[in-house]
Design a protein around this ligand. Structure first.
Ligand SMILES: Nc1ncnc2c1ncn2[C@@H]1O[C@H](COP(=O)(O)OP(=O)(O)OP(=O)(O)O)[C@@H](O)[C@H]1O
Ligand SMILES: [Mg+2]
Length: 408
């Protein structure tokens, strides 16, 4: 591509000589006869290089250069053309950010050589800057991925929560197994009495001894409790599997409600009442949803991040305000809408603007890393071509609205 050189000079003869030299060498030439005109022209059509005379009526070359350096065009190389051969002017020119200077009267070959050199330098600098920027983007992406992995390993912590949840029903079952075994033992003894044709009084005495009536009423209940315990363990482990579904490279059909439910179950230990606040109520208003082709494990991570933030936002409110999270889902033709609402502290305008920013957090050190929503944004917007919107105001709670295409 042909480079454009802007020549700024108030002397027609100078302009003629240089523009001819440059045109002959194949450059496009633009001309300005004063500093002010040059500034306007640069703004309209930025050149690739500027040749700038020092002595001009109106603003002189130094002033013009200074103003150029204060605009977005500050990277365009400026070469001063000056009759002044004194060192001060040269130093001043370079200090103002000029890349070079040429002293009048011109040697055509020198002008050309310098112009070419600086154009080449600029090209190289631009390429380098592009490469650096690209590397920086790549680095940030891989860093984010690394952190995402780390976040997933925080899953280990969640699993500990779930293991704790599993302890309850498990304790339940093993206690009941113990009771059942003892009851069964008694019943067997009692049956043996029948078998050995014992006298009625002896059977009755034994029935009293083992409290037969209670045993007969209680055993089915004990077994039922064991069944409940088993069911709970089963659903927990199923949720755990649903939640941490290994992410294949291919999107798979996924029931989003299952994803949300399994995330809620995993967060159950955080929703329960504790010494600081009552239990957080969760209300699910699910619509009819088709299966969604998506990266299931990643969407679960999004639900996890949003719900964990909602719990955090509720916890920093005063405890007399009962926490509540509401989840709505509906299908809008080609997309699924999921709204997750909390009645926590809400967000100021500033926080709302920065939520998705890398490393933005309002939480104390060790509590928040400021990555949850950056990752959520990346997963929903970049990975699934969906969108996330926020409704929130301080003291009013927060609503995240996700739109996810049914298929990617
Ligand atoms: N539901 C919410 N209510 C109020 N503020 C919120 C809510 N969700 C997010 N925020 C604000 O957005 C900030 C960024 O959230 P993000 O999840 O990205 O980071 P974090 O929760 O601080 O740390 P982590 O990386 O552990 O998730 C939070 O620090 C908080 O100020
Ligand atoms: Mg978070």
């Amino acid at each position: 591509m042909t480079s454009t050189i802007l020549i700024v000079d108030d002397t027609p003869t100078n302009l003629d000589v240089i523009s001819e030299t440059l045109s002959d060498a194949g450059f496009k030439v633009a001309i300005a006869t004063s500093g002010e005109r040059a500034l306007q022209q640069i703004d309209r059509r930025p050149p690739d290089l500027i040749l700038l005379d020092v002595m001009m009526p109106g603003i002189d070359g130094f002033e013009t250069c200074q103003r150029i350096k204060a605009t977005p065009y500050q990277d365009i190389p400026v070469i001063f053309m000056t009759a002044l051969s004194d060192t001060d002017s040269k130093v001043r020119a370079l200090e103002l950010g000029a890349v070079d200077y040429i002293t009048k009267p011109f040697q055509e070959r020198e002008v050309l050589a310098r112009v070419k050199t600086h154009l080449q330098l600029r090209q190289l600098t631009q390429n380098l800057a592009r490469q650096v920027a690209q590397k920086a983007t790549e680095l940030q992406a891989s860093q984010l991925q690394l952190i995402q992995h780390e976040k997933m390993s925080a899953l280990g912590q969640l699993v500990a929560g779930v293991a704790h949840e599993i302890n309850n029903p498990l304790g339940f079952v093993s206690n009941n197994v113990f009771t059942t075994q003892r009851g069964l033992q008694d019943l067997l003894e009692h049956l043996q009495l029948y078998q050995s044709h014992a006298p009625a009084e002896e059977i009755e005495a034994h029935a009293d001894e083992i409290d037969l009536d209670f045993l007969l009423a209680d055993l089915p209940k004990t077994l039922e409790a064991m069944q409940v315990g088993c069911d709970r363990i089963e659903s927990l482990s199923k949720s755990l599997r649903t939640f941490s579904r290994s992410d294949s490279d291919q999107p798979t059909a996924f029931n989003l409600h299952e994803g949300i439910d399994s995330t809620l179950l995993i967060l159950k230990h955080r929703l329960k009442a504790n010494q600081h606040r009552p239990e957080i109520e969760v209300v699910c208003n699910y619509g009819e949803l088709p299966p969604v082709r998506c990266y299931a494990g990643q969407l679960n991570q999004v639900f996890m991040n949003i719900l964990a933030n909602a719990i955090d936002a509720i916890e920093v409110r005063d405890a007399t305000h009962p926490g509540r999270i509401e989840i709505y889902t509906c299908s809008n033709g080609d997309t699924i809408e999921i709204r997750i609402q909390d009645n926590g502290i809400g967000m100021s305008e500033l926080v709302k603007q920065k939520v998705f920013e890398h490393l933005f957090t309002t939480k104390e050190v060790g509590k928040g890393t400021g990555l949850g929503m950056t990752i959520a944004h990346q997963i929903i917007v970049e990975k699934h071509q969906g969108s996330i919107a926020i409704n929130s105001a301080p003291g009013q709670g927060t609503e995240f609205i996700l739109n996810i295409p049914c298929s990617i």
